[in-house]
Design a protein around this ligand. Structure first.
Ligand SMILES: Nc1ncnc2c1ncn2[C@@H]1O[C@H](COP(=O)(O)OP(=O)(O)OP(=O)(O)O)[C@@H](O)[C@H]1O
Ligand SMILES: [Mg+2]
Length: 360
């Protein structure tokens, strides 16, 4: 495990900026995911760390040592890419051994490391097959074993599950999480799949338009996004225009959401003036005679516009004033849906603590 520090690293292609000057620290043993839309600069940043592209500015430090001038193969990093790039004519064991042989290790040592890497990814039994005799997931495991074989201090992965079907992706996601837990390697992982990022990461580095939008643990990014982009990119949200007004010496701010006809007290640090109020769909509750709202809840009445049953959850769209709120209601029995008829009034309630205020 090593600590990775990136200071002011940037990249341009001609007049086009692929990465604005960027700072990022990955602690020893940490799993950091670069998440963001296509073209936001994820692969660019990873390539700069790997030494596959040269930065226009900035420095890259591994455990305090500046490696900015070192070629890729001298940085001691393991790499896994989307197309596993296995050698088709070599067996699984030979593919894994390839990177080790170029390191001039003794044959017995190579064999031992190959064996251990294949055990890690549970492929011992298939060591003598060639890639075309393997499933996509197995091929991706070989690529992982190859990257892990020489015990790199940091592993870089660029959409390693992108080419796999949904079930395999699911399985490999947990495999990668397990390997990270067992090996304690630092990982920088690129994906545009938010679920993958949530499951795997210690911290998510959300990228947008060639820069870091926000970097935080998954829960913080999900419940405390700092920008509209972050709130909308990760999960679903209701974002409502609001006004913050503070009275000097009052701990709580007054939040007014005109479109809902709603006023609430909130300990948001936001400054006076326009802001956004975010409510996750699962944070809004439906009031029924069986499930009355708590006494201190904020209550609102709306009209049910849409109802989609998803099994464990039901998605509702409720019009309140001039806004429409998305609500995700846990469904535990059929009678909970009784009375939720389209076009009829619905009572909803909110816990002010579940509201998040961010800058407009
Ligand atoms: N060699 C290059 N020459 C010119 N432009 C490039 C080059 N490599 C990347 N870019 C541009 O830089 C921007 C960032 O690209 P990058 O590959 O980092 O995006 P990404 O976030 O990895 O996207 P994706 O999710 O689609 O893989 C894109 O607009 C891309 O077209
Ligand atoms: Mg990419």
């Amino acid at each position: 495990m090593q600590e990775l520090r990136i200071h002011g690293v940037s990249k341009r292609y001609g007049h086009f900026t692929a990465l604005e000057p960027t700072d990022l620290t990955v602690a020893a043993g940490e799993f950091v995911t670069l998440l963001g839309p296509s073209g936001s600069g994820k692969t660019t940043l990873l390539s700069l760390i790997a030494g596959l592209a040269e930065p226009d500015s900035g420095r890259i430090l591994l455990d305090g040592v500046d490696v900015s001038g070192l070629p890729a193969h001298r940085r001691g990093l393991g790499m896994v890419f989307q197309n596993y790039a296995l050698f088709p004519h070599m067996t699984v064991a030979e593919n894994v051994a390839f990177g080790l042989q170029t390191r001039r290790l003794a044959a017995a040592e190579v064999q031992d490391k190959v064996q251990r890497a294949l055990t890690m990814v549970r492929l011992e039994a298939l060591a003598h097959r060639v890639p075309k005799e393997l499933s996509g997931g197995q091929q991706q495991r070989v690529a992982l074993a190859r990257a892990l074989a020489y015990q790199p201090a940091i592993v870089l992965m660029d959409e390693p599950l992108g080419a796999l079907d949904r079930n395999l992706r699911e399985e490999m996601k947990f495999e990668i999480a397990r390997l990270h837990r067992e090996l304690g390697t630092s990982v920088v992982y690129v994906t545009h799949d938010q679920e993958e990022a949530l499951v795997l990461s210690d911290r998510i580095c959300l990228m947008n338009r060639a820069r870091v939008e926000q970097i935080d643990p998954p829960e913080t990014l999900y419940f405390r996004p700092q920008t509209r982009f972050a709130a909308e990119f990760l999960g679903e949200s209701n974002l409502l225009d609001c006004t913050v007004s503070r009275t000097p010496n009052q701990p709580l701010a007054q939040i007014t959401v005109t479109s809902l006809g709603l006023n609430l007290q909130h300990d948001a640090p936001a400054a006076n003036g326009p802001a956004l109020l975010m409510l996750r769909p699962e944070s809004i509750e439906i009031e029924t005679p069986l499930h009355p709202a708590p006494a201190d809840a904020l209550r609102l009445q709306g009209v049910l516009m849409e109802r989609i049953f998803l099994g464990p959850m039901t998605r509702l769209l409720v019009r309140i004033g001039s806004s429409e709120l998305k609500i995700l209601k846990r469904t535990t029995s059929m009678h909970e849906l009784r009375g939720l008829e389209l076009g009829t009034p619905v009572d909803i309630w909110l816990d002010p603590e579940r509201c998040h205020i961010l800058k407009a």
